[in-house]
Structures are given as structure tokens and as C-alpha cells.
Design a protein around this ligand. Structure first.
Ligand code: HEM
Length: 375
């Protein structure tokens, strides 16, 4: 999409697509404003029923109340306390690929890692993990092609999976209500602020949304990282200079953002880039384009692992800024560090096929890698 973004930034940076009935915003300052300016741009967009009561779909004042409650489970202290768990899960995935010459980064690493982490943090019993994993895979499966039939088939299997997931979560919530444990679901059940608590729908929406928001995005970030490191021959560099891994991850976020665009609804008439938008209009807000805006990033089209002051918009901005960004950063840093420390000569296989999934998340369907000699 990057060549298209560039053209649009130059020629028509606030563009109305008649076919799709949606405005498209491409320049950094405009994208940032649409993300941030909650008085003009609403998140009450068409979300599936199961997550419409999650943070993502709420506006103020409800959003503020809910976010304060859910935030409690994601304090910096809480996130730091999860590190040993994360390291342990990564060590197990590393053991599982030990001795293999070739792996698929997506299937063997990038997909299972966030999935196992979030289920442990939510407090899903280990014996349910496989079942749980199957539902989540179905909920985030990407269509094989762009046909209506394929979209209908996906909608059907996803409706069934979400129904099963709801029943499952209801059961888990009941158990944890009776007997709270040290996990996010128990925290959400008990969280109270000035007499306000999450309603049953909000609690359910939050559980499902945490599951969906944190999985495919993190899978994408790990996959896109390996892809960018390979393209730029950076495995050995990062092996000898692991201190560069954090800025490299920020650059992957900028360069190949997992979430390329978010959706907003205009709530009051306004102007962007000289165009008039009416209340009720929809906007596709192109984060992936903002991240490559030449007016904001020097050498915007280059991947620079030690880029400074990298103010990409990949976790959003304003009141809806990603709640899991620190968790995602820690997970991905630990995963890349483990892989690069052990396999400094790894390479994406020369016969790989880039198979961009037809989903909202920008990633690769599979990414075969030759691991090379291990240290
Ligand atoms: C919101 C990206 C990982 C939980 C967002 C938004 C973006 C985003 C762009 C803002 C959406 C909008 O403005 O409409 C990402 C990326 C991730 C990631 C790129 C990984 C690389 C996670 C993880 C979790 C999480 C691991 C939790 C376990 C959330 C939640 C929101 C959110 C709850 C909604 C916040 C609100 O509306 O107040 N994320 N996310 N995300 N993310 Fe993430």
C-alpha cells in the first residue's frame, strides 16, 4: 500500500471514496488530529456486537469510566511483574524449535506467543488453552480471497466461534467471581472506581476485546520484524548490538504498522485539509501513511534501526491510545532477543512467498526461516 499512500499524500491527502462511502486521511498531522480530537471524531463505529461494549467502541464519558477500571490491570508495575512469565513462555517456544533447520515464524512463534501470554494473563486454565486457541484462530482468520462468498463463509464460522467464546467466558467469569485469582479477569470483576463497576456486557466485551486486540497485532509485529530485519540484513548487527533492538522495534512499528488504519465517525461538521466533512461521515484514518509522511520523518522511506525521535502513530493517539503497548513491546523485545541470540545467521528462506493476508492487520500469512547454526 505504501506507493499508494505516497501518491495520495501528494495528490489528494483527504480523499472521499464514493464507492466505499468513506473519507481517507493520509497526512501525519491530519491523521493525528482525527485520532486525538474526540470532540469531532467518534469511536462509536460499526463494531461486531461482541465487542461494541469494549473500550474501542465507546466514547466519553463512558470510555473514561471504563478505561480507568481496565487500566488498573495494565499499570507499569503489573506489566513488569509479567516479565518472568513471558520469558518462560518464550523459553518453551525456543525449546520446541530446537534442532529444526527451518521454521515458520508465524506458526511456530509469532502466533502462539501472544496467544499463550494473554490467556495466562487473563487466567484461562491451562487445560482449556487448545480449545480457546481454536476459537481465537477462527475469530481472527483471514479470508482466502476477496470474494463475497468467502466473506460470508468467514462471517458464519466467526459467528459460531464468538457464541462459543461468550458461553465459555460467562462460565470463567462465574468461577472467578466466586473465587478471585491473580489475573486480569478477576481484577476486572473486582475493579471499582467511585462506585462504578463494569456491567456484564462491558466485562464480556473487555475480555473478548483484550483477546483480539492483543493477538493478531503482536503476531504481526513479530512477523514484520523478522521480515524487516531480513530485508535490511540486520540479524548479525543485532546479535552483536542487542541494545539496538528497542529502536529497531519502533522502526518496524513505523515502517510496517500492524494496524494500518483505524475507523472514526464524524460527530460534528468539520474541515480537514480544506475539505468539509459532515456529521455522520466515516473516516479511514491511515496510520500506515502518516508513519511515512516526508514532512515528519527524515528519509521516511528508509528503514533505519537506530532512528531517533520516532513518533510513529502505530499505537494510536489520544484517549484510545493502545492499552497494551508496553506489554506488546516487552513481548516482542524478549522474543526477538531470544531468537537473535541463538540464531545470529537466521535468514528468511529464499523460496518464501509473501502472502499478505486479507485482514485488517498488516502481516504475512507465513514466513519460512532457515535458522542456521545456533550459538
Ligand atoms: C487500542 C495497536 C497490542 C489492547 C489500539 C489502537 C491501536 C492499537 C492502533 C487504537 C485504535 C483506535 O484508535 O481506534 C496495537 C498494536 C499492538 C497492540 C500495533 C501490537 C503490536 C495490544 C495488546 C493489548 C492491546 C497486547 C492488550 C493485551 C488494546 C486496547 C485498546 C487498543 C484495550 C483500546 C483502547 C481504548 O480504546 O481506550 N491498539 N495494539 N493492544 N489496544 Fe492495542
Amino acid at each position: 500500500p505504501f506507493a499508494w499512500y505516497q501518491q495520495m499524500r501528494q495528490n489528494d491527502p483527504v480523499y472521499y471514496d464514493e464507492g466505499q462511502d468513506v473519507w481517507n486521511v493520509f497526512k501525519y498531522d491530519d491523521v493525528k488530529r482525527v485520532a486525538e480530537d474526540k470532540d469531532y471524531f467518534s469511536n462509536a463505529v460499526l463494531l461486531p456486537d461482541i465487542i461494541k461494549d469494549s473500550l474501542m467502541g465507546l466514547d466519553q464519558p463512558k470510555h473514561t469510566l471504563n478505561r480507568a477500571l481496565i487500566n488498573r490491570a495494565f499499570t507499569p508495575k503489573a506489566v513488569m511483574s509479567w516479565i518472568p512469565k513471558i520469558d518462560h513462555i518464550i523459553a518453551e517456544l525456543m525449546d520446541a524449535i530446537d534442532g529444526k533447520q527451518q521454521i515458520d515464524i508465524v506458526q511456530d512463534f509469532a502466533f502462539p506467543l501472544p496467544m499463550i501470554i494473554i490467556s495466562e494473563l487473563l487466567g484461562i486454565p491451562t487445560e482449556d488453552l487448545e480449545k480457546f486457541r481454536a476459537w481465537v484462530s477462527t475469530l481472527t482468520v483471514a479470508p482466502q480471497d476477496n470474494t463475497i462468498e468467502e466473506y460470508m463463509r468467514i462471517a458464519q464460522i466467526q459467528a459460531e466461534a464468538s457464541q462459543q467464546l461468550i458461553v465459555y467466558f460467562q462460565h470463567i467469569i462465574e468461577i472467578k467471581r466466586a473465587q478471585p485469582e491473580q489475573d486480569i479477569i478477576s481484577d476486572l470483576i473486582q475493579a471499582e472506581e467511585n462506585g462504578y463497576r463494569l456491567s456484564p456486557e462491558e466485562l464480556m466485551g473487555s475480555c473478548v476485546f483484550l483477546l483480539i486486540a492483543g493477538n493478531e497485532t503482536t503476531t504481526s509485529l513479530i512477523t514484520n520484524s523478522i521480515y524487516c530485519l531480513n530485508q535490511n540484513n540486520l540479524f548479525e548487527t543485532l546479535h552483536t548490538q542487542p541494545q539496538l533492538i528497542p529502536t529497531t522495534i519502533e522502526e518496524v512499528l513505523r515502517y510496517r504498522a500492524p494496524v494500518q488504519r483505524t475507523i472514526r465517525k464524524v460527530s460534528q461538521n468539520t474541515e480537514i485539509g480544506g475539505k468539509s466533512l459532515k456529521a455522520g461521515d466515516y473516516i479511514a484514518n491511515w496510520i500506515g501513511s502518516a508513519n511515512r509522511d516526508e514532512d515528519h520523518f527524515e528519509q521516511a522511506e528508509l528503514f533505519l534501526p537506530s532512528r531517533r525521535n520516532n513518533k510513529h502513530l502505530s499505537f494510536g493517539k489520544g484517549i484510545h491510545v493502545c492499552l497494551g503497548s508496553q506489554l506488546a513491546r516487552i513481548e516482542v523485545k524478549a522474543a526477538l532477543t531470544a531468537l537473535i541470540q541463538k540464531y545470529p545467521n537466521m535468514r528468511v528462506s529464499s523460496n518464501y512467498q509473501i502472502d499478505i493476508a486479507y485482514s485488517n492487520i498488516y502481516s504475512l500469512k507465513s514466513l519460512p526461516v532457515e535458522l542456521g547454526k545456533s550459538t
